[in-house]
Write a protein that binds this ligand. Structure first.
Ligand code: 4AD
Ligand code: MG
Length: 470
């Protein structure tokens, strides 16, 4: 008896095989002829396999007739060509074992449509829904593509730390990591210092945080190993309760020695196209579902294919601001050179103006972190953001400042203490090289791929302000 997945049992190649299937019942329908149909799912594909259970099975009356949605079963049977439309196969059960029933009254996943908000409150059961099963498979495929893309090109996967003392983005949005008892914080007794926390009593002897980015440590390895990438969880304590922000999200950060900004853009574009191409090819059934059932305009498949086939646009920040100013469009937030672009501005550019992904580059130095390379104009830095329709920014990156004196000056400009970053500055003291990198938000690209409006629906267990259940 071969144990196979539901996905495998749905393929015509399985016809004629005696198999064992294990999973959860989605529906049961009893026929007048004294037999029943079950729809079985095990997570291996969006579609279920139909099981035909004959009334002659010894436990037909005692077990099969009581099966409800959510029950777990093992089924042995023969895969046959199905006479029904829309499914090539079905399984004629020869034996059925029930592992656990699911009380029909209590089981939260009823056949009716559930809102995504409701499903978030049952994060322990939502992977059993069509939408979240599809998200999970696509998320897995994207993660695999990320590793494949970089590994095939000689990048090393570096595990950068989760706990860190430095604020890479300088935005002060870090979660503190401490073993101090917050209820009885030790106070320093020095005059004028009373009330400040004595971090020498803390685990690391200094303030420590959850990382907002692995970039600074990634640069260390790029400046010795050449091309590296990190791929791990990152944490931001920004109190923005939006559909595009999580307090814990996954970021992919490649960092390359001897790469200038244009090399960085070229890599980012190839990277995104590779991910989209892989998903379109290998997750066809799930992508069709997102196209037909999630995206109101039913254009996801066409949009993604269009992006794979066409070059991305490259537009400087200065040009973008001019376009926005001349657009005549009424924005909620003001537009002006030197101001950061808001989601509505990004969306105007990608949706109304260009209708394709856009790489914006050369942003004002005052709105970007200290590590970005200064341009000769003294006003802008070699930053790049990749923007896509509906989601806005999915990648942020830059060429890094490799000149020691300018970097120190930039740190002071932004109120950072260069001595705290002595190791980062050493990379510029000893064998400095031009280098670049970027960060792709995994959940942002998943939002783009699936068409799901809320970022909380593309991560298994979302963490947002006021919410860290499960
Ligand atoms: O633009 P960000 O802040 O860039 C960095 O962190 C750089 N250190 C990356 C680098 O150059 N190595 O973040 C990068 C990406 C964003 O473009 C966005 O896709 C995602 O991370 N991101 C978030 N995703 C979900 N929730 C949040 N709160 C996010 N903040 C950023
Ligand atoms: Mg950014």
């Amino acid at each position: 008896m071969e144990k196979i997945s539901v996905a495998a049992a749905r393929k015509p190649e399985a016809i004629g095989k005696q198999v064992r299937l294990q999973g959860w019942v989605r529906t049961r329908r009893d026929s007048k002829g004294g037999f029943s149909f079950l729809e079985l799912n095990d997570g291996s594909s969006l579609g279920n396999v139909q099981i035909v259970v004959d009334g002659t099975l010894p436990n037909y009356e005692s077990d099969v007739k009581h099966l409800t949605a959510g029950s777990s079963v093992t089924i042995d049977g023969l895969v046959k060509a199905s006479p029904a439309k829309g499914q090539p196969t079905e399984v004629q059960a020869t034996q059925l074992t029930v592992h656990g029933g699911a009380d029909a009254e209590g089981y939260p996943l009823q056949k009716k449509h559930h809102t995504f908000e409701f499903l978030r409150t049952i994060a322990h059961l939502r992977p059993r829904t069509n939408t979240f099963g599809a998200v999970t498979r696509v998320r897995n495929r994207v993660s695999q593509s990320i590793h494949q893309f970089f590994q095939e090109q000689g990048f090393y996967y570096i595990h950068t730390p989760i706990i860190t003392a430095s604020d890479c983005e300088g935005a002060g949005e870090m979660f503190k990591v401490t073993t101090l008892d917050l209820e009885k914080l030790p106070k320093r007794a020095e005059p004028g210092q009373s009330g400040t926390v004595d971090y020498t009593q803390d685990f690391f002897n200094r303030p420590a945080y959850l990382t907002v980015s692995g970039q600074l440590q990634g640069e260390i390895f790029a400046c010795s190993m050449g091309k590296i990438y990190t791929f791990g969880p990152t944490f931001r304590a920004e109190n923005s309760n939006t559909s595009r922000h999580l307090a814990e999200f996954w970021m992919v950060e490649p960092e390359m020695a001897f790469f200038e900004l244009t090399d960085n853009m070229e890599l980012a574009e190839r990277f995104i196209k590779r991910i989209l191409g892989d998903v379109l090819r290998d997750c066809a059934e799930d992508m069709q579902f997102f196209n037909d059932r999630i995206d109101d305009s039913h254009t996801i498949l066409a949009t993604l294919q269009g992006i794979v086939d066409k070059p991305f646009l490259r537009v400087s920040y200065t040009e973008a601001v001019e376009i926005l100013e001349k657009s005549g469009h009424k924005f909620e937030y003001p537009v002006g050179w030197g101001r950061d672009l808001q989601a509505e501005h990004e969306r105007y550019l990608t949706e109304q103006k260009f209708n394709c992904p856009v790489i914006l580059y050369d942003y004002p130095r005052t709105i970007k972190p200290f590590y970005m390379r200064c341009n000769d104009d003294g006003r802008t830095v070699r930053a790049m953001d990749v923007l896509v329709p509906k989601v806005g920014e999915i990648i942020g990156g830059s060429q890094r400042e490799e000149r020691l004196d300018i970097l120190e000056q930039r740190m002071q400009e932004q109120g950072l203490v260069p001595e705290h970053y002595w190791w980062y500055l050493d990379l510029r003291r000893y064998g400095t090289v031009p280098h670049s990198g970027f960060g792709l938000g995994l959940e942002r690209i998943l939002q783009f791929i699936t068409g799901l409006g809320n970022i909380r629906d593309v991560i298994p267990f979302p963490r947002t302000p006021g919410s860290a259940d499960f």
